[in-house]
Design a protein around this ligand. Sequence first.
Ligand code: UD1
Ligand code: CA
Length: 486
Amino acid sequence: MSLNSSSPAAVIVLAAGAGTRMKSSLPKVLHSIGGRSLVGHALDAAVSLKPEHLVAVVRHERERVVEHLLAHNSDLVIADQDEIPGTGRAVEQGLEAIGSVSGTVVVTYGDVPLLTPETLTALVTEHQNAGNAVTVLSANVPDATGYGRIVRDDSGLVTQIVEHKDALKVAEETGDSTLVDISEINSGIYAFDGEVLSQSLAQVTTDNVQGEKYLTDVLGLAREAGGRVAAYVTDDLMEVEGVNDRVQLATLGAELNRRVAERWMRSGVTIVDPSTTWIDVDVELAQDVTIKPNTQLHGTTTIANGATIGPDTTLNDVQVGENSTVRRTVATQAIIGPGSNVGPFTYIRPGTVLGEHGKIGAFYETKNVNIGRGAKLSHLGYAGDADIGENTNIGCGNITANYDGVNKHRTTIGAEVRTGSNTVFTAPVEIGDGAYTAAGAVVRKNVPPGALTMNAVDQRIIEDWVLERRAGSAAAEAAQKARDKS
Ligand code: UD1
Ligand code: CA
């Protein structure tokens, strides 16, 4: 017998249930934690087993769920469950979708997001090495309410699974609460021998308290047919926990985040306050990254060596280069080059590319802009639809007026440009290398390299205006005092 498991013939992911307790217009399995849908987590764990067939069984909100599933895994087989309810019927229709299978068939749930590839692999390995007909993933829980109970014989093999409601019925009828008192529960995740599974399912009826076709009945039938039925116990209760309502969604979301943060800390990332740091599962962090409190790293964000992110920063699909600092910033779909400085209070919108050693400072908003190496946008402004050359210094309060009310236009600013405070670039407009703009310039025409542009409006002085028009005011008094002294 090989110690390594072979790939299963199929993994069937059950996702047909209604998820009523979520009280949501969004189908339950499409809710997400760690930046991935619940069913996305389930599919990723399933894929790790490299099954020959990957099947998802759907029914509730079929169209939306199927669209999401196929976007996640294009080679997924979709199986539709009919009006016959129950996990057994779901699996039966999953099998029908792929024809007859021999070999191992694994069943998982679309609403159990923390199950790891390691645990699934261990289940399959145990199943195959022991030559079992069925191996169920079980757990010992403090409160087994709602779960199917694992019934074992003297040798520890499983004889059957009894659903909670059926165990209660037995207790009511016989006064014997042995079944209800069992604390070992069925996680709903199993490895089956494919032939045993399809033969047993054909015999399963809906003759039970809930009138459903129970998948759990397969275990008793397989055992009666002479198969070896066993349970593989996991100590990690979170891995087998399903999401039924939004309280569980938050609990499992927090636990997933705790696990993700712990993994990054163990690989050399400093997370000052893990409890206020949220890191999606697809985020990549290099060694010696520091994450300060209240920071959320979403999507495909990557942070290179030595960068410091936070506090109070939200990055969605952002690449941050080595040794950069990003403080109190909200950024989406942007690239922040190495050795740069961003924030505080900075809003970086899609298409922003900041070059090496660049700066985007306080109260800046940027969008669709290429900022050259060493260029600085230090304070108060908006740069959108623009190219800004190397080592250019954009003065305080500069605006690219990119929108004429109908169309967007580009502003092109060369290298080593110095712009005065409150310059407005009325796009489309080009500023040549090494040019200057005066304070308050409104740039409507292209500026050649090395030129200074200004808008000649004479500054007028109206003597004694305050003394006459604001007589008796504090300003007038101060002006009078200053006049008396001189
Ligand atoms: C089931 C098990 C129970 C186990 C529990 C673990 C059965 C009969 N009972 O309980 O022993 O302790 O899971 O959570 O299997 N689903 C379908 N089609 C259906 C019904 C359910 O696809 O007709 C899917 C649901 O979307 C869900 C999963 O199967 O992902 C489990 O369904 P749920 O109703 O939560 O499980 P129970 O039947 O309560
Ligand atoms: Ca459930």
